[in-house]
Design a binder for this molecule. Structure first.
Ligand SMILES: Nc1ncnc2c1ncn2[C@@H]1O[C@H](COP(=O)(O)OP(=O)(O)OP(=O)(O)O)[C@@H](O)[C@H]1O
Length: 351
C-alpha cells in the first residue's frame, strides 16, 4: 500500500528524517510514535506530498509521490497537525469546497458530504461557521475533509492533540470505525493513544525508525519478557536449592515474605527463554505448589523510554545483569545472582 524507501529530509544542517524505510499494508491502523521533534510530521508531510524529501522514494499504491503526484494523492486523505480550515466558512461550505478541490464528481458531492458529516458526527453543525466550533468539532471537520473522496489511506497527524478526554474517546472510536474500510496511519507522542488504537507501531526517534512491530510483539520482545514472577508454597532454602539447578536462570530477586509458608521472587532468565513448564514439573516433584507464575507485564511506556532514551538500543537489548550492579531490593529483600561456579556445582540437581 505504502512503501517508504531510504527517506531523508534535511533542513540546512539538521537531519529531521534519517534514512527511514518502512512499508504499510492494507487494512490496519499504524501508529507513528515518537517524542516531540522526532520527525513524525515531516515524514507525514513528505508521504502526502506536502513537502519534498532531500532523498529517498515513496510509493503510494505503486505511484511515486513525486512522479505521479495526482494518482498518489488520490489514494490519501490527510489531516495535518494544523487542519487547513477556513474559519469564515460554514462546515457545509468548507466541505463543498474541499470536495471540489478533490475533484469528486459533481453528482456525488452532496451525498458524500452528507455521509462524511454523518460519520464524523457533525451533521448538526453543517450551517455553523467553523470559527465558532469547539476544538473537538473543528478536528472532526478536519477529519471529514480527510475522508471525503473515500481514499484508501487516511493519514492523521496527532489527531487528538488538544482535545478533552471525552472528545479523545470519540475521535478514537471514529478512527476505529474508519479502519473498517480504510488503512490508517496516525502519529502521536502519546503512548496510551497508540496502544489503544493501533495494530502496528513504528517508533521513531531523531528521524530514525527504532522499532517497528505489532503492539503485542513489541511488548513481548521487550525487556521484561524474560522476567517471571513466581510464588511457591514452601521453605525459601528448599526453593533456592531447587532453582540453583535451572541453568537458564540469570538472577533471582527474593521478595519480602508475606507469610512463612510462601516464597515470592522475580526470576530473570536468558532472552526468549520460557522456563515455566520446567518450573511447574520441578515444583510439583518437590511437592511445592506454585501459587502464582506469570511474566512481568511491561508497559509501552517502558519500551518507549528504553528505545528513545538510548538511541542505539535495539528492541531485544539485554538487561544489565552485572553482578556488582544488582541492588539490594528496596523492601530489604536480598538479591541473588547465580555465578557460573555455583551454577556448575548445581547442574546435576536439574537432571
Ligand atoms: N520547516 C522547518 N525548518 C527547519 N526545521 C524544521 C522544520 N520543520 C521541522 N523542523 C525540525 O525537524 C525536526 C522534526 O520535526 P517534526 O515536526 O517532523 O517532528 P515531530 O516528530 O512531528 O514533532 P512534534 O510531535 O513536536 O510535532 C525537529 O527538530 C524540527 O525542529
Amino acid at each position: 500500500m505504502i512503501e517508504v524507501k531510504n527517506l531523508v529530509k534535511k533542513y540546512g544542517d539538521h537531519t529531521a528524517v534519517d534514512h527511514l524505510s518502512f512499508h504499510v499494508e492494507k487494512g490496519q491502523i499504524y501508529g507513528f510514535l515518537g517524542p516531540n521533534g522526532a520527525g513524525k510530521s515531516t515524514t507525514m508531510n513528505i508521504m502526502t506530498g506536502y513537502i519534498a524529501s532531500t532523498s529517498g522514494e515513496i510509493l503510494i499504491d505503486g505511484h511515486n509521490i513525486l512522479e505521479e503526484p495526482e494518482a498518489a494523492k488520490k489514494c490519501i486523505g490527510y489531516l495535518p497537525e494544523q487542519p487547513p480550515l477556513y474559519f469564515d466558512m460554514t462546515v457545509a461550505e468548507y466541505l463543498k469546497f474541499a470536495a471540489e478541490l478533490k475533484k469528486i464528481p459533481k453528482n456525488e458531492r452532496e451525498t458524500q458530504i452528507e455521509q462524511v458529516m454523518e460519520l464524523t458526527g457533525i451533521t448538526a453543525m453543517a450551517n455553523r461557521l467553523i470559527k465558532n466550533l469547539s476544538k473537538g468539532y473543528k478536528q472532526r471537520v478536519g477529519l471529514a475533509q480527510a475522508i471525503l473522496g473515500y481514499p484508501e489511506i487516511i493519514i492523521l497527524d496527532e489527531p487528538t492533540v488538544g482535545l478533552d478526554p471525552k472528545q479523545i474517546i470519540e475521535i478514537r472510536e471514529l478512527i476505529k470505525k474508519l479502519s473498517e474500510e480504510h488503512t490508517i496511519i496516525l502519529s502521536s507522542h502519546i503512548l496510551s493513544e497508540v496502544s489503544a488504537v493501533c495494530d502496528y507501531i513504528m517508533i521513531i526517534n531523531h528521524g530514525k525508525l527504532v522499532a517497528s512491530d505489532t503492539t503485542e510483539n513489541l511488548m513481548n520482545h521487550s525487556l521484561g519478557s524474560n522476567t517471571l514472577e513466581l510464588t511457591v508454597k514452601g521453605e525459601k532454602q528448599d526453593v533456592k536449592n531447587l532453582l540453583r539447578g535451572v541453568e537458564e536462570i540469570q538472577k533471582i530477586e527474593w521478595k519480602a515474605e508475606e507469610n512463612e509458608k510462601t516464597v515470592s521472587m522475580v526470576i530473570t532468565t536468558e532472552e526468549k527463554t520460557d522456563i515455566r513448564e520446567k518450573l511447574f514439573y520441578m515444583m510439583a516433584d518437590a511437592k511445592m505448589p506454585i501459587l502464582n507464575m506469570q511474566f512481568t507485564k511491561v508497559s509501552l511506556e517502558d519500551i518507549f523510554l528504553e528505545l528513545t532514551q538510548n538511541e542505539t538500543a535495539p528492541v531485544t537489548d539485554e538487561q544489565d545483569t552485572e553482578p556488582e550492579s544488582v541492588p539490594e531490593d528496596e523492601t530489604g529483600t536480598d538479591v541473588e545472582k547465580e555465578n557460573e561456579t555455583e551454577q556448575e556445582a548445581h547442574d546435576e540437581s536439574d537432571l
